[in-house]
Design a binder for this molecule. Structure first.
Ligand code: FES
Ligand code: FES
Length: 184
């Protein structure tokens, strides 16, 4: 049996047709929002994490039938390839990804963390991301990326137009990459 579902999705009002048994992840991916990944499909890996009414939600286990009128944000709302959001650019600049399959969920979960707690310590980051699994990175660079995103978003470090740090902020003392080394 089909139903219509109204959502605010990435700040737009949308109406999707869905099966009553569909999950939010089914509906997102069926309608082209493929940033949220399908990993376990059982609520265990966090790859499918999106934000619903301000809370991180594993979309693979959230029935769409419960979400009429909900406010949903996916990673497609954070930035573009040429204009990444601050959490995205922090993950890229800290090399916090390998295959990347876990990263949309990591970033969306991190976004909620940073909105609730702009200066999380390492333990708080690890706790927040404890339900987001990564089989590649060993997590250390992910923690670094979230800490870096926190610094950028609280204005404690300048951010270059490409999302990286700007010359002279002391972030790169071990090389001369801002002294012309890589650009010449
Ligand atoms: S795909 Fe949703 S938690 Fe794994
Ligand atoms: S980067 Fe591969 S699963 Fe996390």
């Amino acid at each position: 049996m089909r139903m219509e579902i109204d959502l605010t999705l990435n700040d737009d009002d949308v109406t999707f047709e869905a099966a009553r048994s569909d999950t939010l992840l089914d509906v997102l991916r069926d309608n082209g929002y493929t940033g949220a990944k399908r990993g376990c499909d059982t609520g265990d890996c966090g790859f499918c994490t999106v934000i619903v009414d301000g809370e991180p939600v594993k979309s693979c286990i959230r029935p769409i039938s419960q979400l009429d009128g909900a406010d949903v944000e996916t990673i497609e709302n954070l930035g573009t390839q040429d204009d990444l959001g601050p959490v995205q650019s922090a993950f890229v600049d800290n090399a916090a990804l390998q295959c990347g399959f876990c990263i949309p969920g990591m970033i969306m979960r991190s976004k909620v963390l940073l909105s609730e707690n702009p200066n999380p310590d390492e333990a708080e980051i690890r706790e927040a991301l404890s339900e987001n699994l990564c089989r590649c990175t060993g997590y250390e660079k992910i923690i670094d990326a979230v800490q870096d995103a926190s610094t950028r978003m609280t204005g404690e470090a300048d951010v270059a137009a490409d999302g990286g740090r700007v010359p002279g902020d002391g972030a790169c003392s071990g090389c001369d990459c801002f002294e012309g080394g890589v650009d010449e």
